[in-house]
Design a protein around this ligand. Structure first.
Ligand code: CP
Length: 334
């Protein structure tokens, strides 16, 4: 168990040696923010506070997941998510395996279901899955006994990214409710957008989204956000600016005339940042296209928390893994 015992938001996050875990996520999986209650989101964020403290120790390891096996199954490229899950698993003492699609039997034509069921035959406790198809993790959740953690499925959700983003915002602003948060970029293809909109609106933020009209999903206002094609309007008085990558690999058509023109009209420049509050924080989930959606002077500037997001990703993923696989039996959904 975690050696650090602390009561946060009335929840005893972690017991001492041998003590039971007082609160858990419902069910065996983390598939999306859509399935999480506000209480569960707060539980993850509060647990991540305790996990962050572990990273500051000389020995960055606790036995919370000793004897548990976690398989990281990535069918799409990843730098941050895959490595931070692996670091999180190792810090919790889980046994970890990494499987990339390019080195698996997927290249010989094996289906997603067969790959997952063959891995499941080796009795993992959790499988962390990234896949290009929206809904792939929900599908695996239905056929696998192991818990499934969504590490990004197509254009659907990227729940741990939204959780680490919320953790970073809360760390700087001490709250999320009532903040003006501008999310700017390729909204249409972004699972990060969807998970962040779901999470930030659940926690009461005033969320604005902005991008070219061709990259704004129709009906996005129904998720409780304000949409505008004017980046200047979106960032005016903002507490947080979150930039999204232009996902050229998911674009079949011409959504805007050129990258140079995109930067001129929608790129985050120092001049645009000055429209926001003086203590605005600049976020980007990565990977960044410098000079396309964000100027280097903004990405590397004093308001940028982009690398802090990466650090916080480890603590948040430790929290998710711990709340799914640590301690006793799962509570069943009501
Ligand atoms: N933010 C994010 O998902 O980055 P990776 O694609 O590198 O994992």
């Amino acid at each position: 168990m975690l050696p650090d015992t602390r009561a946060v938001s009335g929840v005893e996050v972690a017991g001492g040696p041998g003590e039971p875990v007082a609160a858990r996520l419902r069910g065996k999986d983390l598939l999306g923010i859509a399935e999480l209650t506000v209480g569960e989101i707060r539980l993850v964020l509060d647990t991540a506070e305790a996990m962050k403290e572990i990273a500051a120790r000389p020995i960055k390891k606790v036995p919370a997941l000793r004897g548990k096996t976690v398989i990281n199954l990535f069918f799409e490229p990843s730098t941050r998510t895959r490595t931070s899950f692996e670091v999180a698993e190792k810090r919790l003492s889980a046994d970890t395996l990494n499987i990339a699609a390019s080195t698996s039997s997927v290249v010989k034509g094996e289906t997603l279901a067969d790959t997952a069921l063959n891995l499941e035959a080796m009795s993992p406790d959790l499988m962390v899955v990234r896949h290009a198809s929206s809904g792939a993790c929900h599908f695996l959740s239905r056929i696998c006994r192991a818990g499934i953690v969504n590490a990004g499925d197509g254009m659907h959700e990227h729940p741990t990214q939204a959780l680490l983003d919320a953790f970073t915002i809360r760390g700087h602003k001490k709250r999320i409710e009532g903040l003006k948060i501008a999310i700017v970029g390729d909204l249409l293809h972004s699972r990060v957008l969807r998970s962040n909109v779901l999470l930030l609106t659940k926690l009461g933020a005033d969320v604005w989204v902005s991008g070219p009209p061709t990259l704004i999903p129709p009906g996005i206002e129904q998720l409780g956000v304000r949409a505008t094609t004017s980046v200047d309007e979106a960032v005016e008085g903002a507490d947080v600016i979150m930039m999204l990558r232009i996902q050229l690999e998911r674009m079949l058509g011409g959504y805007f005339p050129s990258l140079r023109e995109y930067f001129t009209v929608f790129g985050m420049t120092a001049e645009r940042v000055r429209r926001a509050k003086a203590d605005v924080i600049i976020m980007h989930p990565g990977p960044m296209n410098r000079g396309v959606e964000i100027a280097s002077e903004v990405a590397d500037g004093r308001s940028s928390v982009i690398l802090e997001q990466v650090s916080n990703g480890v603590a948040v993923r430790m929290a998710v893994l711990y709340l799914l696989a640590g301690g006793g039996e799962h509570e069943t959904a009501a």
